[in-house]
Ligand binder design. Structure first.
Ligand code: SAM
Length: 656
């Protein structure tokens, strides 16, 4: 897991319009010839023109060291759009420890009018400069950028991908030795295959030797302009690559691309997963037991885009932050008019001493920059809301609300997605690698690939019965008449939450009931919601109290560790017998014992009340796993949400 502090951005000076890093005393590119140099060294050095034009795979992955201004990325993207088949996807993965501020990025890219359309997309979606993986989408999904904002070695340790071409573009090795060392080369070998190529502007001896040692076969070729030599290479063998220390968390590379994926459950997790797959050209069949989509936990009128950020960095915080930004960018592309969502920001009020202390510790640690969250006193909070509150808190500008049913409907309007409603699956059987999905009335649906997205009901499927998921009842309240008070401007969370009105109706809640599983709407729960609202927004609550309320009750699907369950489904019995002798002292090497999974069976469940921020990015994780594409999240986060974690924890507990 990466360090918890926020990043230092690059300090750039401009010498005759050429951007220069003051820290490294080296330039990002030469303003006269930078694009031509990038094309010579990286595009031609990896033979990308021909490889793109003759591509036979559905995707191609480039990985770079040193994102800088994004010039190499934009040059590769342009070539891709010119040469590659329209239905194929380019994944460009890059790392940056000292990211440029947006204004410097914009100024640098203004040097290349021929790359302007890509530069506009890049500056529009350029992420907040927080550590972690940031997945950005370009050109309707044809180009995907995974920007890893952290140190190069750490980033590539955290990456799960198979790279086809490497661009080694740190500053000169003499000025930036951290970027050119054996630890990085070992990670590169781990991520390479026999067809992988590499190019770099440097021909430094220690770089060549280091790359050779991990299995690259090196050639010296003429450099750009007056530079005599540069290096190209191809990967020959995988002898010195970094081992996988936890085979039970590995996502095996898929053997085949499925003709159609069947998804069980049409809530946010199911519809997000379907959309992620359909965007990559895969046909999807969703089966849903109800008469419509999003009728259970994803059926509330409004849900908050809310990341629960921790005091110290952990996997949950990283998932929430990556997920919040991913959802935000995706909604912006899907619905720029904001008909089904709003990025109005979110206030987390400190309604008790414990929460006030927690927020203070979080702010003291400055893990998150002010663009992620900043503190507000009670007056500032009241001004932001547009209604008085007695509490201080933290404001998250990237928060907001979404109409989750409308979002699900938007997802499934994709032409590659079909939905069978009133279809309940009660058994899953596999024969000769084909899954047979049985309904109680004797229908059988067959497929090679299934994703289980039906929340706590997954437990009824025998292959998933070991998973620690449970339903928790929650009731929301919705005002029926116009509320005679000025509309609030932002989502407000205290012990409950309320969003700005949608069609003049306020939706607020929600109750949290572990013991009562009845879904009838209860008056006592409306009172509970109103009293929580009254604590944070007394004036608004007073007005709302005079209007009749409707409501709905549904289950959230919670897990033992508050993280969703996302990835390939482990074969419980095989895991127990293979890893029963698991020793925590790590003296035994388990990398020889690959994990046995139910082939073609995946899970995306357990999102609790955070499905709006974790559902879409986890849909991408499932699509990456099924299609063998680069993952959008760090390995530490993928391990933390891996469905096998509960079995491994159970075995470790027994072994101690
Ligand atoms: N490829 C870039 C482009 O197209 O504009 C230029 C890259 S510039 C020559 C090298 C980059 O490596 C700088 O942006 C620098 O901040 C980054 N860098 C230096 N040391 C690093 C490290 N240890 N980890 C990650 N990035 C690093």
């Amino acid at each position: 897991m990466q360090k918890s502090s926020s990043l230092d951005s690059a300090s750039v000076v401009w010498r005759d319009d050429t951007p220069v890093s003051t820290a490294f005393d080296d330039m990002y590119f030469n303003v006269n010839e930078g694009l031509a140099e990038s094309e010579h060294v990286f595009l031609n050095g990896n033979d990308l023109n021909d490889r793109f034009a003759s591509l036979t795979t559905p995707h191609f992955t480039i990985a770079e060291t040193g994102f800088g201004t994004g010039l190499n990325f934009l040059a590769a993207r342009r070539l891709w759009l010119q040469q590659a088949p329209e239905e194929a996807r380019l994944h460009f993965i890059s790392v940056e420890k000292f990211p440029l501020q947006k204004a410097d990025l914009q100024k640098a890219l203004a040097s290349w009018p021929e790359l302007n359309d890509g530069a506009v997309q890049l500056t529009e979606s350029y992420p907040s400069l927080t550590p972690g993986f940031h997945r950005l989408s370009f050109d309707g999904g044809r180009v995907q950028l995974t920007l890893m904002l952290m140190d190069a070695i750490e980033a590539y340790q955290q990456l799960s991908a198979q790279v086809d071409a490497w661009f080694l573009d740190g500053f000169a090795p003499s000025k930036n030795p951290d970027m050119w060392n054996d630890k990085l080369f070992q990670q590169m070998a781990r991520l390479s295959h026999t067809g992988t190529t590499l190019s770099t502007f440097t021909a430094a001896g220690f770089v060549r030797r280091g790359l050779q040692q991990v299995g690259f076969s090196i050639s010296k070729v003429p450099g750009f302009g007056r530079k005599r030599e540069m290096v190209t290479a191809h990967f020959a063998e995988n002898s010195a690559s970094a081992p996988n220390p936890a085979p039970w968390f590995a996502h095996a590379r898929p053997q085949h691309t499925p003709a159609e994926v069947v998804i069980i459950g049409a809530g946010l997790a199911g519809c997000s997963t379907a959309y992620a797959l359909a965007q990559k050209g895969i046909k999807v069949h969703i089966v849903e037991q109800h008469a419509e989509v999003a009728l259970e936990g994803s059926g509330n009128r409004q849900g908050a885009l809310y990341a629960k950020l921790p005091v110290s960095h952990n996997a949950q915080g990283q998932l929430h932050l990556s997920g919040l930004h991913y959802s935000n960018r995706m909604l912006n592309r899907l619905d720029p008019q904001r008909t089904l969502w709003s990025d109005c920001g979110l206030l987390q009020l400190a309604t008790n001493e414990k929460e006030a202390n927690r927020q203070q510790r979080m702010l003291d640690k400055t893990i998150f920059g002010a663009d992620i969250l900043h503190s507000v006193d009670a007056q500032q909070a009241s001004d932001l809301i547009g209604s008085p509150t007695p509490y201080s808190g933290v404001f998250m500008p990237d928060g907001g609300w979404v109409d989750p049913r409308a979002l699900c409907r938007r997802f499934i309007s994709h032409p590659l997605i079909r939905v069978s409603t009133n279809t309940r699956i009660n058994a899953l059987k596999q024969q000769d690698n084909v899954w047979h999905l049985h309904t109680p009335d004797g229908q059988v649906i067959t497929t090679r690939c299934v994703v289980v997205c039906n929340a706590a009901q997954a437990k009824q499927i025998p292959q998933c019965s070991h998973l620690p998921v449970k339903p928790i009842r929650g009731q929301t309240s919705v005002t029926q008449n116009t509320v005679k008070a000025p509309a609030i401007n932002t989502v407000v969370c205290g012990d409950g939450y309320i969003s700005p009105p949608l069609d003049e109706q306020y939706c607020f809640g929600a109750t949290f009931d572990l013991h009562n599983l009845n879904l009838d709407v209860r008056q006592v729960d409306h009172h509970d919601n109103l009293s929580k609202l009254s604590a944070v927004l007394p004036a608004l609550a007073k007005t709302i109290a005079d209007t009749p309320l409707e409501g709905r009750a549904a289950y959230r699907c919670s897990t033992g560790d508050y993280l969703p369950i996302v990835g390939p489904a482990p074969d419980y019995d095989a895991f127990v017998s293979d890893y029963a002798k698991l020793r925590v002292d790590r003296k035994w090497n388990f990398s020889d014992t690959p994990a046995r999974m139910h082939s073609g069976l995946y899970l995306n469940i357990g999102h609790g009340s955070k499905g709006l921020i974790t559902g879409p990015i986890c849909g991408e994780v499932i699509a990456a796993s099924i299609l063998g594409e680069p993952f959008p999240l760090e390995k530490s986060v993928l391990d933390a949400i891996n469905p096998a974690r509960f079995i491994i924890k159970q075995l470790i507990r027994k072994a101690i």
